[in-house]
Write a protein that binds this ligand. Structure first.
Ligand code: AMP
Ligand code: MG
Length: 423
C-alpha cells in the first residue's frame, strides 16, 4: 500500500482555503468542445469568446407605436395638423423619403423611414378616423425631443464587441443574446464525466424492504442532483458494499473512463472505511481531512488522470463538502469563470458556542424582522446526520476558523443556497 502524502498531523489540518489552493493547480481544464444548438446550450460553459457579428438593432427603428415626423414641422403654440402619407410596420419598411410636412404611421420595431427625426406616441395625437391626418397639441409638440422614441442602430450591441466571455455558464439571457446575433450553435466545453458511488453495508436502495440495522441510501440523490445542475454527465455506480475488493475494482474501472470519481462514506477512521486505502493503493492521496465542520474527513487524490474526491458519509457533511470543496474544483475542470458565492451580512438570532479552529457551516433560515432587518435562525440540532435540517434551511451561516462563538445580535456571514447553485 502506498503512503498518504501529507497533512494528517494532529496539530494541523488543512483549512478549506489551503485545500482548494493545493488542489486547484492539479486540476486540468477540459479542452474538448461540443457545438450545440442554442436550445441545448443552457447551463453549458462557453468554450470561446462570443463576439458580435452584427449591430443590434440592425437599423434605426421605432420604440413606440405612433407617427414618424419632422420635429421642425410642429408648432409649440398652436395645434399642428399633418397628413399621414403612408405606413411603416415591423418587418415591412416604408420605402422612400418622407418629406417635410408629412407623417408616417409607424409600429414598434419598424425601421424609421428616411426623413423623420422623431416618433410621437399615438396616445399624444388626435387621429382622424380614416387616418388621413393627425393633430398634435402644442404641449406634446414642445416636449418631443430630437430622436425621441427612436432606437438607434447598434445602440444595444455594436458589431465587433465581446458579447459573452469564454467560461461563461450560459444563462437563458446569454443564449438569447447569441440568438439575437443569428447564431444557430455555440461552442461549449464538453460535459465532465463524473462517476459517483456510495459506500456502506447498511445502505439500501429506496423501494426495497429494509433489514434490521439498515437505512435507505440518500447521498447519491443529493450528489446526482447537484452534479446535474452543474451540467455534468453522471455515471451512477450505485451502492458499494464495505468490501475492499468490491471498492477497489469499482474505483479502478470507473477511474479509467471518467474525469472525476466522487464517493461518499468510508473515508473516516472506522474499520470498514476502505475508500482512502483503495485510492492510495490505486493512485495517490494528495490530502485527507480538512479543518471544516461538517465534512472533516474529505479526501482528495487521483487514480491515473481521474480526480478522486472522497466525501464523508453523513448526509449533511456530503452536501456541505460538495458545495464548499468539490464545487469550486469542478468549476475549474469545466472551464468556468471563477465564481465566489456572495455572502450576506446578517444578524444572528441565536447563541452558538464552539472552539475556534475549524470553518463551520450551520443550517439556517433567514427571517426578515421589519425593525431589525434580516436575522438568521438555526435549526434546533447541529447533527450532521439530520438530513431534514437541509430541507428546512434556506442557506448556511458560515463561521470562520477563528470564530469563538456567536451571540444574538452578532453579525455573521450567511450563504443562501441560491448562491451555491441550489435553489
Ligand atoms: P461513514 O462515513 O461511512 O462512516 O458514514 C457516516 C454516517 O453516514 C453513517 O451513519 C452512515 O450510515 C451514514 N451514511 C453513509 N453513507 C450514506 C448514504 N449514502 N446515505 C445515507 N447515509 C449514509
Ligand atoms: Mg460507512
Amino acid at each position: 500500500m502506498r503512503q498518504i502524502d501529507c497533512c494528517d498531523t494532529a496539530d494541523h489540518l488543512l483549512t478549506l482555503a489551503e485545500a482548494i489552493n493545493a488542489a486547484l493547480p492539479t486540476i486540468p481544464t477540459l479542452t474538448e468542445t461540443d457545438a450545440v444548438p442554442l436550445f441545448e446550450a443552457y447551463g453549458r460553459v462557453l468554450a470561446t469568446d462570443v463576439v458580435a457579428g452584427l449591430d443590434a438593432p440592425p437599423g434605426d427603428n421605432s420604440a413606440m407605436d405612433g407617427f414618424a415626423l419632422h420635429r421642425a414641422d410642429l408648432s409649440s403654440t398652436v395645434p399642428t395638423r399633418l397628413p399621414v402619407t403612408g405606413q411603416a410596420l415591423a418587418g415591412h419598411p416604408y420605402r422612400g423619403y418622407v418629406p417635410r410636412g408629412g407623417a408616417v404611421r409607424i409600429t414598434t420595431g419598424a425601421l424609421i423611414p428616411e426623413g423623420p427625426d422623431a416618433v410621437i406616441m399615438q396616445e399624444q395625437c388626435r387621429i382622424d378616423p380614416d387616418e388621413t391626418w393627425i393633430d398634435i397639441e402644442p404641449h406634446h409638440a414642445a416636449r418631443l425631443k430630437p430622436g425621441e422614441n427612436i432606437r438607434r442602430r447598434g445602440e444595444d450591441v455594436k458589431a465587433g464587441t465581446l458579447l459573452l466571455p469564454k467560461g461563461r455558464r450560459l444563462r437563458p439571457q446569454d443564449v438569447a443574446l447569441a440568438a439575437g446575433q443569428g447564431m444557430a450553435t455555440l461552442a461549449v466545453i464538453r460535459r465532465p464525466r463524473i462517476a459517483i458511488a456510495s459506500t456502506g453495508d447498511e445502505l439500501y436502495e429506496p423501494g426495497v424492504a429494509l433489514p434490521s440495522g439498515a437505512i435507505y441510501e440518500s447521498n447519491r440523490y443529493t450528489l446526482i442532483g447537484l452534479l446535474r445542475r452543474l451540467g455534468c454527465a453522471v455515471t451512477d455506480l450505485g451502492i458499494l458494499r464495505d468490501d475492499r475488493e468490491v471498492i477497489l475494482s469499482a474505483l479502478r474501472e470507473a477511474a479509467a473512463t471518467h474525469d472525476v470519481l466522487l464517493t461518499s462514506g468510508g473515508v473516516s477512521v472506522g474499520t470498514a472505511d476502505w475508500v482512502k486505502e483503495v485510492i492510495a493503493e490505486l493512485g495517490r492521496i494528495q490530502f485527507w481531512r480538512l479543518a471544516v465542520k461538517p465534512g472533516k474527513p474529505v479526501t482528495f487524490g487521483r487514480i491515473g488522470d481521474c480526480l478522486v474526491l472522497g466525501l464523508p458519509g453523513n448526509p449533511v457533511s456530503v452536501m456541505v463538502a460538495f458545495l464548499m470543496f468539490a464545487r469550486p474544483l469542478l468549476f475549474k475542470l469545466m472551464g468556468m469563470e471563477p465564481i465566489m458565492p456572495v455572502r450576506w451580512l446578517v444578524t444572528a438570532d441565536f447563541t452558538f458556542r464552539r472552539k475556534p479552529g475549524r470553518r463551520e457551516w450551520l443550517r439556517a433560515q433567514l427571517r426578515l424582522d421589519p425593525e431589525r432587518g434580516h436575522r438568521a435562525h438555526l435549526y434546533p440540532t447541529n447533527s450532521s446526520g439530520a438530513l431534514s435540517s437541509l430541507c428546512w434551511a434556506d442557506g448556511l451561516v458560515e463561521l470562520p476558523e477563528d470564530c469563538a462563538g456567536v451571540l444574538p445580535g452578532d453579525v455573521v456571514d450567511y450563504l443562501p443556497f441560491s448562491e451555491l447553485g441550489v435553489d
